[in-house]
Design a protein around this ligand. Sequence first.
Ligand code: NAD
Ligand code: DAU
Length: 327
Amino acid sequence: MRLLVCGGAGFIGSNFVRLRLAGGDEITVLDKLTYAGRRENLEDLDVRLVVGGIEDPGAVADALEGCDAIVNFAAETHVDRSIAEPDAFVTTHALGTYTLLEAARERSLRYVQVSTDEVYGSIETGSFTEESPLQPSSPYSATKAGADLLVASYHHTFGLEALICRGSNNYGPYQYPEKLIPLMVLNAMHGDKLPVYGDGMQVRNWIYVEDFGRGIGTVLERGEPGEVYNVGGPDEAPNLEVVTKIIEYTGADDSLIEYVTDRPGHDRRYSLGSEKVRALGWEAQVRFSAGLERTVDWYRENRAWWEPIRSGDYRAYYERQYGRALG
Ligand code: NAD
Ligand code: DAU
């Protein structure tokens, strides 16, 4: 396929690009290169990179030259940042998604929107299905839910071949260290405190990034237009258990754990039922313990990737967010 991958210089997008190139696709990436999008993530790959926002119709038209489908990963993705500064979340998720949908409609292109389990809100027991109501909690998840509704409307109203793929918490190589797992891995490696929000008993449903990429590929190739597909990981764990495993795999000390003020509006538990995408032939391949060990090894072996981040603007972000400097 000739794919336009929006947000392909970020964590999941760049892992997806790697998978799809190995499968023979031709790829153009459209990415604004925000703090989370990095040329380094695509350095070793044969892709055309167009630097621009998905909300810019000129950049979208340029990037779409010669493409026959769009997969949209482009987003602001950190819940804590959406609480501190929601503006960019609204622009990218609302105006950006609208601009891409218009471009897809003009050219009759197949369109996959990459979305999240957070649009369903929190669930105490059991799992969300694709029919569960949308009850987002944060500016991040509310604007992602808005984008999903707009995508669905373009199928319903204009017959656009649009599909939505909702993933659970991803982890793996190239994830920016504001997110729980890479943050804890790098802090543990440096002997910095490990900041656990609230009581640390919030539960996430973890999926290895390549499993999610394969799920999105399945939906792109075999999904039914107008449908939503959940792609959840095989294991769930409370945050404290995740941090304890990271301490074990890095050889750090338990005393680094520090309980800090909880995130406002913090969702207690996410869980996705993935029967619908399984019926298309997808299955998760990586269990959490094995994937986490692989991820810790990747960060250990790829110092050149994270060193410029950890010594750059990220330090100021960290100090604002946690009220203490990195060591
Ligand atoms: P990320 O923050 O690592 O990457 C986002 C990418 O989008 C970056 O390359 C950034 O430069 C780019 N971008 C941001 N605004 C843009 C704009 N206006 N125009 C063009 N590019 C822009 O995020 P990620 O974790 O890789 O998430 C990718 C997608 O997957 C998002 O849509 C997110 O909502 C969804 N998702 C993430 C997870 C997760 O656990 N990380 C789980 C489920 C779904
Ligand atoms: O569920 C999918 C979502 O997962 C994606 O849509 C989001 O883009 C992605 O950021 C992620 O959201 P979370 O809020 O679940 O991920 P985060 O890594 O920020 O936090 C995971 C859990 O760990 C959450 O309960 C908050 C907690 N946490 C996080 C950080 C950064 C801590 O206890 N301490 C921390 O320092």
